[in-house]
Design a protein around this ligand. Structure first.
Ligand code: HEC
Length: 123
């Protein structure tokens, strides 16, 4: 290989390996979790959903709200759900009835938001 072929080849190789790494560690990779990890993530999410009081307002599986003005949250995409939980917690989403919810979710971490969102998306 001469240098005009070798360097572009090496650069392409690094980009390929790099993007594979990003893919493997991205959250969407959780969609391809092994069976036992999958059920573990699911049950962690379900426990948090109860522990963090989401259940009291959003009801079983996220689709039995305490009040008809509350949204149905079960079965929505996990990326969307996670972002809404974080935005409502941090106040960057503060319109509508979000004030009802924001105070009670201040102790939810980003990771917990992901686990709950994962659980809800499978309902
Ligand atoms: C005190 C009642 C209450 C509690 C507790 C509560 N929520 Fe909510 N939640 C609401 C209300 C009301 C809204 C609608 C806000 C609005 O009008 O935009 C909402 C909105 C949401 C949304 C946005 C839905 C959408 O379609 O955009 C998500 C996601 C959500 N809640 C998840 C959770 C999770 C997860 C928890 C627990 C960590 C939780 N909520 C705890 C009342 C509550």
């Amino acid at each position: 290989m001469n240098k005009y072929v070798k360097y572009p080849f090496l650069i392409c190789l690094f980009i390929l390996i790099g993007s594979l790494g990003v893919h493997l560690f991205s959250e969407d990779f959780a969609g391809k979790l092994r069976e036992e990890d999958y059920s573990e993530v699911l049950s962690k999410g379900e426990k948090l959903y109860k522990k963090k009081a989401c259940l009291s307002c959003h009801g079983k599986g996220g689709n039995n709200p305490q009040d008809n003005s509350y949204p149905l949250i079960g079965g929505q995409p996990k990326t969307y759900l996670k972002q809404q939980i974080i935005d409502i917690r941090d106040g960057s989403r503060s319109n509508g009835n979000t004030a009802i919810m924001s105070a009670s979710i201040q102790t939810v971490s980003d990771e917990e938001a992901y686990l709950i969102a994962f659980y809800l998306s499978k309902q």
